[in-house]
Write a protein that binds this ligand. Sequence first.
Ligand code: DGJ
Length: 742
Amino acid sequence: MDIVYHEQSRCFHLYNEHISYIITVLRNGQLGQLYCGARIRDREDFTHLLELAPRAMSSCTYEGDRFFSLEHIKLELPAYGNGDYKAGAVELLQQNGSRITEFSYESHSISHGKPRLHGLPATYAEADDEALTLTVTLRDALTGMRAELNYTVFRDYAAIARSVRYVNGGNDTVTLTRAMSLCLDLPDCNYQWLQFSGRWARERQLISRELTQGVISIGSLRGHSSHQHNPFVIIKRPTADEDKGEVMGISLVYSGNFLMQAEVDAHMTLRLMAGIHPENFAWQLEPGKAFQTPEAVLVYSDSGLGGMSRTFHQLYGKRLARGMWRDKPRPILINNWEGTYFNFTEDKLLDIARRAKDCGIELFVLDDGWFGRRWDDRGGLGDWTANPTRLPNGVTGLADKITELGMNFGLWFEPEAVSRDSALFEAHPEWLIATPGRNISHGRNEYLLDFSRPEVVDNIHDQMAAVLGSSKVSYVKWDMNRSISECYSSALPPERQGEVFHRYILGVYDLYERLTAEFPHILFESCASGGGRFDPGMLYYAPQAWASDNTDAVERLRIQYGTSFCYPLSSIGAHVSAVPNHQMYRITTLSTRANVACFGTFGYELDLSKLSGEELDEIKVQIEFMKRYRELLQFGRLYRLESPFEGNTAAWMVVSADKRQAIVAFYRILNQYNDCFTRLHLRGLDPDMLYRETQSGAVHYGDELMRAGFITSDSTAGEIFFGMMPSSDFASRLYILQADKD
Ligand code: DGJ
């Protein structure tokens, strides 16, 4: 890993074993992009990669020089309007109404490690030799505005982290109306664009689009990263697949409104952009004030989508997630939501907990409904004290009883929300996000608190800290069940209303930061009506996230498969729920439900008193299995084998770091009559190692399993011959491969 500055050519080369990122100071002082991709040999000068060439009808910077045109030069911090006609990475509204800027080189510095981003989540380095950071400071002479472009290259990951800090060094107040975290100009557009989109209960579905001249983008204007689009995109060469080929993933470490965009220009070059959505964004910067953009992370892989995902998993699992739970296998939990919804008493909860304990479950999570006037979803939010009818002994009493059973206790909060029917609303109606004189739309009968106001965050902090500090709570589920509408803060002046969305999310981060610091033993799980805020920003505070309110095993195949492109398995909240499933009304076997949920943080979300003795026995076996293998299931290397987006089957596997152990999962959605022969070509194994499949006892070398394949043919609908397992719809199987001792 190194960052080299070549004085003569003014080129910076950031590299490690896997990746090179090369930029240069251009003749006009702007920062130019020269190369981003697989590691290449360093040399004194890379500026020939600029490809300065005259093109008809182009705007040129210098009179008499038709070669230097910002229409064609690849830039690191482009601004629309000075010859570059694509969408820019920065826009500054100045006192005279102009938005034109000319950011040019002022200085640079290279430092060991990676500085924290003030108030924002970001990847980090634990030791100085893990990363190097380059800061290039550009200055717009007319306004005095400085842009500090930060680039971190990691020793162990094919990744570059980028962010920009703006500092107003001038005498006038200016307004940032566009402040992207990353802009990457690439010399061609021969890529496919993959995005992870959907809607409530159908999050992160893999969608592939072709790039062609024009703009494609995804984003959120809902105040949270959203169920609709995840702040993550991939560009891949058309021939790249899971195993091979060039792939780049771009992920934004942010939980609010975002934009990710690809613009292909007339000469088929590609500009990628990621950052805060410029719509509804306007940030006033007085002289001396600074604005920090969120961080964007770019991962490069020349070993296909799988290689890219494993880099994200390692980087985000080890150097984005934090705290004592980061590297720990996660507790097997039971959550009462789908078991009881709002219909519970303390006795009912204790009954579920006792049965759960008997099955070997380690953590009991009390979901929505335990507080204030919360009889249903119309009241109570904002009052974080126990509802005395529901919990006569308070949270403390229930937590004591659960812990006496030998289980840990977890609790649900929705810190950002408030109900009209609550003491908090009665005391502070002005604390709502609401536009004066306008209707306030509700979502699920609730309203959002104005988290851009520090006193609101303080109030919720104090209420939550009082509960967490006085009861034996070891887990918190932090929910958020509606999007922001009529966005306005009555605490801010008119000219600052464009800051509310971002200030809101900064308030959320502030509360997370305080609570995780004060209660480091607590495992936080983020949630937003399922997976409406499943993003890297949340992962920094909460190492796991509830992936979706859809708990149907078949739907979960796609949701979890899509999620796995960026996020580690240790972050994917997945539970076994009752059948018929509450969202899909589908009946799947208990075994298939567990075989899907075990590739995640694993738990149960049903009323155990409604299960038969046989089912409870099966659950006990599942829990023993999970306890034995959760380290591998949550922290092993993931290899996707068959996509549920492409056919009737899905398959994936995890392999231990030493390659001595693997678990392969095979799922067939609908049974087929007289189906074809099937085999999986396994991945990630040691070709020379002999593996024993523990159930059948059969042994195979790794090379055979990866090349010839692992046979999964079975007796599909039709005749069943002796020794063949009968199969039906929604079938699934797990295979454990263990290095053979001999
Ligand atoms: C939405 C969450 O995703 C569910 O798991 C549950 O916690 C409900 N909210 C409770 O209101």
